[in-house]
Every structure is written in C-alpha cells, then in structure tokens.
Design a protein around this ligand. Structure first.
Ligand code: NAD
Ligand code: MG
Length: 382
C-alpha cells in the first residue's frame, strides 16, 4: 500500500489523479492533499477519500474557516504550508500537480525526504533540473514524470538497448493557433487561445501550448530526465495527438507510443511506478485513430522553442528567468493586459536583461524568480 499526498488536487492533473487513486484503492491510500483557492471542492474530496488527515490551501483565511469545519484535520496554508504538509503528512509518494514555479520547492522537499515523486509540474524540472538530478543521485527519492510525451519516451526507452538510440522525436499538436500564420496571431484573444484542439488542460499550459513554450519546456524536460541533450530531441508536428512521441534507432527504425489523448494513462503509469496494468482498453485499434498527420516543425513559426532551448544551453539561472518571465506574460495575456505575440517578447526581454549566474543554489533560483517577476511586471506596466 502506498500512502499518497496529492498537491494541486483541484486542477486538471489533480482531479484525474484522484480518479486513478480511486481506481486502485487496493494500492493507494490518500493521506493528504492541497489545492489553491477552490476550497468549495474540499468536502467532495474528503467524502471520496475519508483517509485524508492533512490539507493545505493557498489563503490563511480559508485555512482558518476550514479548521472550524474540520477540527480533526491538520490544515496548512501558503507556500510554507505546502512544505509543512510534505514534512508532516505520512506518505511514501507525492504527486506534484501544481502549476508554475510554485511547484519547485515542493519537488525539492519531496526528494530531500526520499519520497517517490510523481511529477506533472514540469516547471520544477525546467528551472531546477540540476538540483533535482543531484537529489536523485545522492538520495533515495525516485521521480516518475507525468507528461504524455515523457511517459511515452520512458516506455519506449525501456524496450531498447540505450546504445541503439539515435534520437527522440517529441510530438506537438501545435496548440489552438496551429492553422494561423504569424501575422494572424497579432489579434487573437484569450478565448481563442484556450480552445485547444486535442487536449483539455489547465489555462497556463493551454497558453504554453499555443505559443509552444510548452514544447520548449518538454525538450528541456527530456534532457533532464533522460540525459540525452536537447540537440537529439526533435519536435515533430502531429495533428491528432494520438502518437505521444517516437524514438529513432541508429538503423533508422522508428518506435512509437500510440493511444488516445487522455492523461489518465500517463498518470496511471507514473503512480504504478512504471508497471503497466494488464487491462487492455477496449476498442483501441490503430485504424480507429487514423488518419495520422505529421509535419516538420518550423522554428520561425514558433520562436518560443528556440528561445527556450538557447536558455537551457546557456544554463545557470537562465531557465529560472525563462520560466518566470513566461509565467508573468502568460497571466498578463489571460488577464487581457498583453497581446499574444508579446508573450515571447517579454521572455526575450527578460533573458537579455536579468543578471545571469553560474551554478545557482535553490535560494539563488528563488531570488532570480522574484527579480524576474518584478522586472517583467514593470516592463508590461499597467
Ligand atoms: P491547473 O491549473 O488545472 O491546476 C493547478 C493546481 O495547482 C490547482 O489545484 C491549483 O489550485 C493549484 N495551484 C496553482 N497555483 C498554486 C500555488 N501558487 N500554490 C498552491 N497551489 C497552487 O493545472 P494543470 O493543467 O493540472 O497542470 C499542472 C501541471 O501539470 C503543470 O505544470 C502542467 O504543465 C503539467 N501538465 C499538465 C497536463 C494537463 O493535461 N493538464 C499535461 C502534462 C503536464
Ligand atoms: Mg506534454
């Protein structure tokens, strides 16, 4: 039995993780969870999972009210509360389904405490990849990614001898604006951007998919997880999101992972720690998903990808600048304070302006994140 703490329970990955925990009741016991401001969701989670005794929410006032309603629960709040919850809640496994930089310290804390970390929060890996890999090498913690492409790649790599690998082809749907030219992007709205053609996800990652910053992040994520180097990860446009990624062997053979676009599968694979549950999904035949369309990736159409990769190659605290500026710009776009095409301009501005440093500690990354947020907010104005 694995005792599980779920961070970000009210989100897209969080709610689907609850489904998987419920599906495998014999294997998982939910002992705690966190969510941000959607506290109206707390009673439902507690009804479904009476084993929960630890809870964390964003606001102090919400925590205070919840303590009155649930005197038997240990309830925390805010960023520090997330750390306390990981420290106090009896758990073997932490699912990090938080969005953004807020997920980094919880990831690091989980690994410092030698937990099994099921990680959807890719921003942790983008910003703190070296620190996370250091903790994995020196401690007893484990990491299972929750991202459809990386679960696909992990599965495919487990089928081959590593020395036969030539490169990874990471698929990309192209997001909500894939049929628009750069010129047509200047007037797109928040509502247009949130209508993703193949996946239903949280708002931030849906915008990251439209700019393709998400694919830049995922190539970095692949390097951190599989140590392959970003030059051996090639993005490949694929309209239907059925082929989750491919690997190419040295003799040119391509191996692909094909299934419906549904995050329950990757979440289940991570929570089962790479064990594939023997329950073939009915009606999944290759022809059901056909036809498949693939196109070459055009970096001029999606400049966020080369921007992300050059940041990663620069190293140091550069990815913290990349991530923080992107977060501030994405939320400004969602609040209708910034045009869509300006998102990547704000990232470029931050990468060119903020001070670079080699070998940052966690505290340096936190400082870089805060400095970048302030600088980009000032630059956007309003
Ligand atoms: P979401 O916005 O739907 O959910 C985020 C969760 O985190 C919510 O529970 C929210 O309350 C909580 N949260 C947000 N900010 C917080 C803060 N500052 N402090 C505490 N809690 C906070 O996001 P999502 O789409 O589920 O994505 C979560 C992560 O998973 C992201 O890093 C995303 O890139 C990654 N991911 C998502 C998908 C997907 O299909 N949604 C797929 C692959 C990877
Ligand atoms: Mg993905």
């Amino acid at each position: 039995m694995r005792k599980v703490l779920l961070l970000g329970a009210s989100g897209s990955i969080g709610t689907q993780s609850l489904d998987i925990i419920e599906r495998h009741k014999d294997r998982f016991l939910l002992t705690g969870f966190s969510l941000g401001q959607r506290v109206q969701y707390v009673p439902e989670v507690l009804r479904r999972f009476p084993s929960v005794h630890y809870l964390c929410v964003s606001n102090a006032s919400d925590a205070e009210n919840l303590r009155k309603t649930y005197p038997n629960l240990e309830i925390y709040h805010g960023d520090e509360g997330l750390v306390s919850t990981i420290e106090r809640c009896p758990c073997d496994m932490v699912i990090n389904a938080l969005v953004g930089f807020a997920g980094l310290v919880p990831s690091v804390t989980s690994l410092r405490l030698n937990k099994i970390l099921c990680l959807a929060n890719k921003e942790s890996l983008v910003v703190g990849g070296s620190i996370i890999n250091g903790l994995l090498a020196s401690g007893k913690g484990k990491l299972w990614p929750i991202d459809s492409e990386h679960v696909a790649i992990a599965k495919l790599l487990s089928c081959i001898k590593r020395e036969n690998l030539s490169r990874i082809l990471i698929t990309a749907s192209g997001g909500s604006f894939r049929n628009k030219s750069r010129e047509e992007l200047s007037h797109v709205t928040r509502e247009d951007a949130l209508a993703h053609p193949t996946w239903s996800m949280g708002a931030k990652i849906t915008i990251d998919s439209a700019t393709m910053m998400n694919k830049g992040f995922e190539i970095i994520e692949a390097d951190v997880l599989f140590g392959i180097g970003v030059d051996r990860v090639t993005p490949l446009m694929h309209d239907e999101s059925y082929v989750h990624s491919l690997i190419e062997l040295k003799d040119g053979t391509l191996l692909a992972d094909v299934s419906k676009p549904d995050m329950h599968g990757p979440i289940e694979y991570a929570l089962m720690e790479g064990e594939v549950p023997f329950e073939p999904v009915k009606g999944q035949c290759l022809e059901d998903f056909a036809p498949y369309h693939f196109h070459a990736f055009n970096p001029d159409r999606y400049p966020a990808v080369p921007l992300a990769l050059s940041s990663h190659k620069k190293g140091g605290n550069s990815n913290a600048i990349l991530n923080a500026s992107n977060e501030i710009a994405v939320y400004a776009f969602l609040e209708k304070r910034l045009p869509f095409l300006q998102i990547e301009e704000e990232v470029r501005y931050a990468l060119n302006t903020l001070p670079w440093m080699e070998n940052p500690t966690l505290e340096d990354l936190i400082r870089t994140d805060a400095l970048t947020r302030d600088a980009v907010k000032r630059h956007i104005g309003g």
